[in-house]
Design a protein around this ligand. Structure first.
Ligand code: UDP
Length: 237
């Protein structure tokens, strides 16, 4: 099957990597995700990944920390652990991969350099972006929107625990209705918690559609790249 999108920014939440453990990394989950990424690369897709850190640490919900900036520094470091775990999973499958971090830690990863990232993608290497935007008070959703714009991605794919965008929280309301398609304007106006408003605004301004889908089955990544009708597509009205 031909691919619908060539250059993709895939956002993986930290939570998704924890699987049923809810904390840390479930390596079986990481392997399954990496196999799908391998398949996508073999189909000709260029994949950049922004990974979250919520399976280890979230700055905004660390009630014990005095200083939000410092807590966010810890959150960004959490994303690096996930980035390294995914890189390891991809290398085990012989998929070429590079990790680039927005905060330099050159003994561990390349620094984030936009043109270099694009060059890697063109050569068929997966690029994993760690440390979010490199700034506190931002999220990895916003980092995904930013990197998607920088690498000129055709689409941002947000793989989450929910299978799309609903009018209400489907975990709380049994009669919540799922959208197949929705505009950025609508998710901003209705304050639907699909992504933070900074990320939504950035994607809207830069004309980057966002596909929200569930990672309950890692094959969804391949199906999404093939353009199959899964999840919810968020785009301009
Ligand atoms: N973070 C940050 N700046 C960024 C991206 C992330 O400070 O640009 C920190 C923030 O503390 C956040 C944590 O890293 O809570 C983990 O990211 P996020 O909560 O977005 O991860 P996810 O929920 O996707 O697992």
């Amino acid at each position: 099957m031909p691919i619908q999108y060539r250059r993709i920014l895939l956002k993986l939440s930290g939570e998704a990597l924890a699987g049923s453990k809810k904390f840390g990394i479930d390596y079986d989950v990481v392997s399954a995700i990496c196999r799908s990424i391998q398949k996508s690369v073999e189909m000709g897709a260029q994949i950049g990944i922004v990974v979250g850190g919520g399976n280890f640490f979230r700055g905004r919900s660390s009630g014990q920390m005095q200083d939000r900036t410092r807590a966010d520094h810890m959150g960004m470091l959490a994303t690096v652990m996930n980035a390294l775990a995914i890189a390891d999973g991809l290398e085990a499958l012989n998929v070429p991969v590079r990790v680039q971090t927005a905060i330099t830690m050159q003994q561990i990863a390349e620094p984030y350099i936009r043109n270099r990232a694009i060059r890697h993608l063109e050569k068929g290497r997966v690029v994993i972006f760690g440390c979010g935007t490199g700034n506190p008070f931002f999220s990895t959703d916003t980092a995904s929107a930013l990197r998607a714009a920088e690498i000129e991605a055709d689409i941002m794919m947000k793989a989450t625990m929910v299978d799309g965008v609903y009018d209400r929280d489907p975990n709380r309301f049994a009669d919540a209705v799922k959208y197949d398609e929705i505009s950025f304007q609508e998710i901003l106006e209705k304050q639907l918690g699909v992504m933070d408003s900074t990320a939504a605004a950035l994607c809207k301004e830069n004309h980057i559609p966002v596909l929200v889908f569930s990672l309950s089955d890692s094959d969804h990544i391949v199906e999404a790249i093939e353009g199959k009708n899964i999840g919810t597509i968020v785009k301009e009205a």
